[in-house]
Every structure is written in structure tokens, then in C-alpha cells.
Design a protein around this ligand. Structure first.
Ligand code: MFK
Length: 621
């Protein structure tokens, strides 16, 4: 059969012939080559012999550590220890030779819930694939949580641990989720003075047979942001001093965990509870009883999610779950805040890692994919796009490592007051900003593969799905922006003072490098504008401050990332590309809160108009 089509102005004959014509293997990479090939030989255009066995070259993942110039330089600058480099190099080998395939397997074989056994007995078993179990073993063996508590590298231990996490995360099929909560639980126990020593030892163990993971059950039917307004779970005191919990947890991530931390309201002798934050206490419970049955928990169903399909996320009915009180009564939120700090830092590291991975894959592909007669890497516009992704990835990496550095210093008792204040401020700033960046960069990355980026079996779409959760769980962008305001209010502005002093010092130190002048000038202008804005903040009504929370957080993020980039670019072994990254970063509006303020965006009248626009054409309720 012959079919006539027009391609680039030429009339072509497409012969659809049976495969039996010829089987000589010919590799053809693009349609234009295909044309040439067809003209040069007499094979019909779409016969097997003409099209060969493939259309596109697959981008290949290689050792993510050796591929990552910035990670290597950062570690060489701050922790120049040979043994650490060897460890990361070897771990990274394991990531691309084993973890990558395990992560993919978890995506393809998501967990299932077995409610009943063959004899009708309710069992509520969450069945995960073998790869999920193997990831757990590898995480324990490589000390992915333990390294943060062993403190082998002193106050740089968190940077070391999180460098491993950063290498592990994009391959690990979201196993970082249980690890984040496990680390968070260990942190809570440690900060409460070790009320549960055995649990702590298990959470931080390198022995896979002893290692425990933990859940973090905070979200109930009324939603996840307003924890104090939404928590209905009650805790009834038992004769032996323990508690039984009754409640409904609406989202519980990695529900196959060994133990969990959760919030509940303790009932008094009349069965009454205290409303609000003051009524919430923190509990710890084992999820499973020694015989494999649940500890007073019914798994209602597993959630159907856009992404994170590898992770068992469930709705749980707590029907007399045995638990022990971990915090002081009524100090539940303040106590679990330590866990939130850790999981938000994990979120930041995982966001930076997702950006790094997609950028590496995109640049790899650009060396293989040929369009319009040349490789993608030789198209300047394409390189400009990849360069922008690279700049975002670098800024996100430096911010995430800085937060880890501050955490490590605080945990080792070496943080000064300014560093502690910065840790409090930058944790929500980094989480909210890098999560948004990750969605944009991963989406841009998928686009760089053309249609292939949209094909499920390339594994690329799951990267976008999994990035989308980063701005949702552990506090949405707006909830975290309000946390930024909370940190400013609670410290009476000291966190901002720490920010201004720190950035100013970094900018001053960078003046030794004349090539950085345009970046320093933009950052200096943005910093002064931000200072003026915050100085007037006290005289503004609280509602208008709230309206500025998101743009304020973005401004803090962009300025701080700029300061870290110029700081890195002044290191004695910095390269021209480090300087160039800082210059490109500073091209953007570094202080959107001031531009939006000038446009009147935070005035109450404008907020009214916002609402009218959103409900345009609808009757007011
Ligand atoms: C790859 C990464 C993987 C991550 C995987 C994790 C998977 C798990 C999925 C989930 O569970 S997602 C659900 C996570 N939930 C949230 O993130 C909750 C979002 N909501 C908030 O963060 C609210 O802002 C908050 C619950 C904290 C508000 O509660 P309240 O009761 O209105 O807070 P309030 O009264 O302002 O503060 C109570 C105490 O907590 C205060 O301490 P004091 O009593 O000592 O003054 C606050 O200072 C303290 N606090 C609140 N937020 C804090 C904090 N302390 C330190 N850091 C914070 N961020």
C-alpha cells in the first residue's frame, strides 16, 4: 500500500510493506536523516529495515555525585575530608546502580491494602513491594538517618547526611518520606530529653533488623493546615498511666511505619477536652502489635493520589490505640514543631535534588537529541532555558545546604544567637520557595524532552507528579508564609535583624570580586528596599501584613539565595561559572514584596477587588 504525504514541501511515498521485506538493521535518529537515508537507498521509508530499532536516544543516569560540580565544590570548600568524599562517591554508585531501579519498581508496584484474610478475619495489612523493603534496608545500612545523630563530622554532620539524602532522593521512589518523619521523630524525642530511649535508638540505627521508621499523624478530617482547629482525636487515660486514642486521621503518610507521633486531646474525668492549641498533647504509639495485628487501628482505605504513589498513604480510624504521652500536657504543637522543622528541611533538600536530577537529564539529552540539523546543545535558545534551570538548581542547593549547616550547628551547641534565629526564619522560607521552584524546574525539564517528557514509561512524568506534593505537604506556601510572620512576631523582629546583618556581611565580603559588582549592586538595592518595607511594617494593620506574607517570603528567599551565590563565587577555588550563576540569579526582581507594595497590592481595597475578580459574575453569598 502506498500513502502520499507532504513533509517540508517534499512529496514522499510511504510504503507500508510487510516486515518480511528486509531486516538489515539501520539506525536512524531523525526524520530528516530518515529522508536522506531513504533517498540514498531504495528501502521504503517506513519498512523495518529503514526505521531501525529506535527513534530517540535515552538520557542515561550516571553517578550523580561525579556529575554534580557544585556539590563536589561545596563539600571541598567546607568539609575537605577524603573519607567523606569516598563515602559519597561509593554511595552514589549504589544510587545509580541499585536505588534507581528500586525507585522505579516502587512507582510501578504501588502499595495495596489487604483488609481481610482468606477466613474473613480483619487484618488491615499494607502490602508494599520488595523494592520498598530493600530501600528501607539500604537507608538503614547507609545511615541516612543515623548520620545526623552520630555527628561524626561535628557540626557539619547534617550537611554530610543531607548530601547523601540529596543524592538518594531523586532515585529513591519517595522513600525519603518515611525517612523524613523518622528523623523528625528522633529529633522530637531527643529534644524532649530522651523520654523514649529505645525508640530513639531504633530510629537512628544502622542495623536494618533493628531500624524503625516513624509516621507523623497530624491531619484529620477537617484538614491539615489548621491543626489546633481540626484535631478531634481524644486520649483517655488508663489505669496503668498509658492512654487510649480515639479519632480519625485523614492523611497518614507511609502508614507502614513501625511507630508514629500524633496529637490528641486528653479528656478529663467528665470526658471533656480543652479546645485550641492548649488542649493538644503529643503521643507516641507503635502501629503494629507484636502478633502483626494493628494496635487499635483500622485502615479505612489507601488514598488515590496524583503522585507519591509509591508511598502508602491511608485514612485511619483510631479505635483505642495504645499510646504514651510524650510531651507535657497541652504542649503538643510546640513539641511536634521540632518534627516539622526536620521534615520541612527534608522537603527543601528533596526539592533541590529533584531540580538537580531533571537538569542533569535534560543536559544529557541535549547532547544526544538532534533537531533542525544539529544537537539540542547547539541551539542557543535551548541552552538558555537549561541554563536558567541550572541557576535555579544551584540557588536551591546552596539554600538547602545552608539550612542543614545551621541545623547541624544548633544540634552540636555551636550555633550563635544569629545562627539560631536564621535557622528559625530560613526553614519555612527555604521550604516554601524551593518547593515552588521544583515544580517549575521539573516541568520545564519535562518540556525539554518534547513529547517524550510526557510519556509515562520514560519515568519522567512521575518526577513532575512527585514534585507537586512538595508545595503541599508539610505546610502549603501560604501556611509557611504565615509561619515566617510567626517567626518574626515571636522573636520581636530579631530573626529579621539576623537576616539583614548576615546578608550585609556576605555582600561586603564579596566586594573583593569586581566581576560580581552588578549582582552586589542589585542585592544591595533589594536589601535596602526590604529593610525600608519591614521598618514600616509595624505601623501597618495586621491584615495588610498578612497580605504581604507570601511576597515577603519570596523576597527573603531570593535575596538570601543571591547572598549565598555571591558568597560561593568568592571562594578561592570558585570558577567563572560560579560568578556567572550569581549574576544570572540577580537578573530577576529580588524583592517582589516592595514592587507589589508600590502597586498597592496589600491594601485592603485591593484585597476586596481580588475577591470580586475571583467571583466575577457570581452572586455574593
Ligand atoms: C520529602 C519530604 C518528605 C516529608 C514527608 C512528610 C510526610 C508527612 C505528611 C504530613 O503529615 S503533611 C502535614 C503536615 N502538617 C503541617 O505542616 C501543619 C501545617 N500547619 C502549621 O504549620 C500551622 O502553622 C501550625 C499547626 C503550626 C499552627 O498551629 P497553632 O496551634 O495555631 O500554632 P501557634 O499557637 O502559633 O503555636 C503553638 C506553639 O508552636 C508555639 O510555641 P509556644 O507555645 O512555645 O509559644 C509556636 O511558637 C510553636 N510553633 C509553631 N510553629 C512552629 C513553632 N515552633 C517552631 N517552629 C515552627 N514552625
Amino acid at each position: 500500500m502506498a500513502l502520499r504525504v507532504c513533509y517540508r514541501g517534499q512529496r514522499l511515498s510511504l510504503h507500508m510493506l510487510s516486515r518480511s521485506v528486509s531486516h538489515s538493521s539501520v539506525s536512524v535518529e531523525s526524520l530528516s536523516e530518515l529522508e536522506t537515508h531513504t533517498h540514498a537507498h531504495t528501502h521504503p521509508l517506513f519498512s523495518r529495515s529503514a526505521i531501525g530499532t529506535f527513534f530517540q536516544e535515552q538520557p542515561l543516569l550516571t553517578n550523580p555525585f561525579t556529575q554534580d560540580a557544585l556539590l563536589q565544590a561545596y563539600l571541598r570548600r567546607h568539609i575537605p575530608v577524603q573519607e567523606l568524599e569516598v563515602d559519597l562517591q561509593q554511595f552514589s554508585e549504589c544510587v545509580f546502580s541499585e536505588v534507581e531501579a528500586l525507585g522505579r519498581e516502587c512507582e510501578l508496584h504501588p502499595p495495596v491494602l489487604q483488609r481481610y484474610d482468606a477466613w474473613g478475619r480483619r487484618v488491615d495489612r499494607i502490602i508494599t513491594c520488595g523494592a520498598w523493603g530493600r530501600l528501607r534496608a539500604l537507608a538503614a545500612q547507609h545511615g541516612l538517618v543515623a548520620a545526623g545523630y552520630e555527628r561524626t563530622y561535628g557540626d557539619w554532620s547534617r550537611v554530610y547526611q543531607m548530601s547523601k539524602m540529596y543524592l538518594f532522593a531523586p532515585s529513591a521512589g519517595l522513600y525519603t518520606c518515611p525517612l523524613a518523619m523518622t528523623d523528625g521523630a528522633a529529633k522530637v524525642i531527643e529534644s524532649l530529653g530522651m523520654p523514649a530511649r529505645e525508640a530513639f535508638d531504633r530510629l537512628t540505627s544502622r542495623d536494618e533488623s533493628r531500624f524503625w521508621t516513624s509516621g507523623q499523624w497530624m491531619t484529620e478530617r477537617r484538614g491539615g493546615s489548621d491543626v489546633s482547629g481540626g484535631t478531634e482525636t481524644v486520649a483517655r487515660r488508663q489505669q496503668d498511666g498509658g492512654f487510649k486514642l480515639y479519632g480519625f486521621k485523614w492523611f497518614t503518610s507511609a502508614t507502614d511505619a513501625d511507630m508514629t507521633l500524633t496529637l490528641a486531646r486528653i479528656t478529663d474525668e467528665h470526658g471533656h477536652t480543652t479546645p485550641g492549641t492548649r488542649g493538644l498533647s503529643l503521643f507516641m504509639a507503635q502501629v503494629w502489635s507484636p502478633d502483626g495485628s494493628t494496635n487499635g487501628v483500622e485502615v479505612q482505605r489507601l488514598k488515590e493520589k496524583l503522585g507519591t504513589r509509591q508511598v502508602p498513604t491511608a485514612e485511619l480510624l483510631l479505635d483505642g490505640m495504645n499510646a504514651r504521652l510524650l510531651s507535657e500536657e497541652g504542649r503538643g504543637v510546640a513539641s511536634i514543631a521540632n518534627m516539622l522543622t526536620i521534615t520541612r528541611i527534608y522537603n527543601t533538600v528533596c526539592a533541590a535534588a529533584a531540580m538537580r536530577r531533571i537538569t542533569h537529564l535534560s543536559r544529557e539529552y541535549a547532547c544526544k537529541r538532534s533537531v533542525f540539523g544539529k544537537l539540542l546543545k547547539d541551539h542557543r535558545l535551548h541552552m538558555q532555558t537549561l541554563c536558567r534551570m541550572e541557576v535555579e538548581s544551584r540557588a536551591a542547593f546552596l539554600l538547602s545546604m545552608e539550612v542543614c549547616r545551621l541545623l547541624g550547628r544548633e544540634e552540636c551547641g555551636s550555633a550563635n544567637e544569629r545562627e539560631s534565629l536564621l535557622l528559625r526564619l530560613l526553614t519555612p522560607v527555604a521550604k516554601l520557595y524551593t518547593a515552588k521552584q521544583a515544580v517549575c524546574v521539573v516541568s520545564e525539564g519535562l518540556e525539554s524532552f518534547g513529547g517524550q517528557g510526557y510519556m509515562e514509561d520514560t519515568g519522567l512524568p512521575s518526577m513532575l507528579r512527585d514534585a507537586q506534593v512538595l508545595s503541599i505537604w508539610e505546610g502549603t506556601t501560604n501556611v509557611l508564609s504565615l509561619d515566617v510572620l510567626r517567626s518574626i512576631g515571636k522573636s520581636s523582629g530579631s530573626v529579621l535583624q539576623a537576616f539583614f546583618i548576615d546578608v550585609r556581611e556576605r555582600l561586603l565580603a564579596a566586594e573583593v570580586c569586581p566581576a560580581l559588582r552588578p549582582a552586589l549592586s542589585s542585592l544591595g538595592t533589594a536589601l535596602s528596599a526590604l529593610l525600608r518595607f519591614t521598618e514600616t511594617a509595624e505601623s501597618r494593620p495586621a491584615e495588610t501584613l498578612e497580605l504581604s506574607a507570601r511576597d515577603l517570603s519570596y523576597s527573603l528567599a531570593r535575596i538570601y539565595m543571591g547572598a549565598l551565590l555571591v558568597d560561593h563565587a568568592t571562594w578561592k577555588h570558585a570558577t567563572q561559572t560560579d560568578v556567572y550563576t550569581a549574576l544570572r540569579w540577580c537578573d530577576q526582581d529580588l524583592c517582589p514584596v516592595v514592587s507589589r507594595d508600590a502597586a498597592g497590592c496589600f491594601e485592603l481595597q485591593m484585597a476586596e477587588m481580588d475577591t470580586q475578580l475571583v467571583y466575577d459574575g457570581l452572586k455574593p453569598r
